[in-house]
Design a protein around this ligand. Structure first.
Ligand SMILES: [Zn+2]
Length: 292
């Protein structure tokens, strides 16, 4: 297999991060500077493929070391730079009773941490599960409140939906003193340039997907595993998308992690650089200027 192509999707944005820290327990979580909000952003989301593996690769690339890899502290999407053989596990749409807890057990068994992008509605329905995810050392981000296709909403509605999701997940975690991390993933990976730019300028870390397991297809666990491994081997590293709401995902995870270990991959734990504190102002009211 060829590992010559280690492409990272980096968003070329001159996004300026807000400097003021504000705990997520604040009633309004979103931060958009007036300047950022009023700026018209069209077609400014540029994705570049940048080779990071100029360094020589050893013949046997992965050395069968421990599956649990390094912890990567990031403050922006552009900071998420993986080395060859490194993967980030992400689980969207939970927490889900009967599924998320089993996934947590498997992750613990293999000694790895994942990032969970939770729906506000699901975290609100099962705060104890959301808390368990965080208490087990995993990173918790958000994924809107109701899994809406944000590109179908007005800008104001979309921002409100994102903020509502963050608020609900943060409230669920607050029960055990845990904090929401500023990671966010667009439902259906459906984004607009305006939203992406504004989130990033507000210091939200937009989590992209390099390897989609497509575990929402009605395939057998083995088929999903093989598809995901094939795509990963092709790429050599990347952020992997799973969903902790499907039984097949629960079923395939042990075999998948075993295969990762055998192939010498390591699982990187993603954490926010500011230890969970939001590094951004809160000026949700300004979003009213958006129009549409
Ligand atoms: Zn989703």
């Amino acid at each position: 297999m060829s590992f010559s192509r280690f492409a990272l999707s980096l968003v070329v944005l001159g996004a300026v991060l807000a400097g003021c820290a504000k705990p997520p327990a604040d009633k309004s979580l979103m931060s958009y500077s007036r300047q950022a909000v009023s700026a018209e952003v069209t077609g400014s989301i540029l994705t570049s493929a940048q080779a990071v593996a100029n360094q020589p690769m050893p013949g046997q690339i992965f050395s069968g070391s421990h599956l649990g890899g390094r912890t990567l502290a990031v403050s922006s999407t552009a900071d998420i730079i993986l080395r060859p053989g490194e993967v980030v596990l992400t689980f969207d749409d939970g927490p889900r009773a009967g599924k998320t807890n089993q996934i947590l057990a498997t992750l613990d068994q293999f000694g790895v941490k994942a990032t969970f992008l939770m729906l506000g509605s699901a975290a609100q329905a099962h705060p104890e599960l959301a808390q368990q995810v965080a208490l087990h050392g995993n990173t918790v981000g958000s994924h809107t409140f109701d899994h809406v296709d944000l590109s179908s909403l007005s800008r104001q509605e979309a921002l409100n939906e994102i903020a509502k999701g963050e608020r609900a997940v943060a409230q669920a975690l607050a029960g055990v003193g845990k904090q929401l991390s500023p990671f966010f993933r667009f439902p259906y990976l459906s984004q607009t340039g305006f939203l992406r730019t504004n989130l990033m300028q507000g210091s939200i870390i937009v989590l992209d997907v390099d390897i989609d397991s497509k575990d929402y297809y009605k395939d057998s666990p083995d088929v999903v595993t093989e598809r995901t491994l094939a795509r990963l081997d092709q790429r050599g590293s990347g952020i992997i998308l799973f969903h902790d709401i499907h039984q097949r995902t629960v079923a395939l995870l042990p075999d998948f992690l075993t295969a990762l270990e055998q192939r010498g991959y390591s699982v990187v734990r993603l954490v926010p650089k500011n230890t969970g504190v939001f590094g951004r102002d809160v000026i949700t009211a300004d979003a009213a200027d958006l129009g549409e």
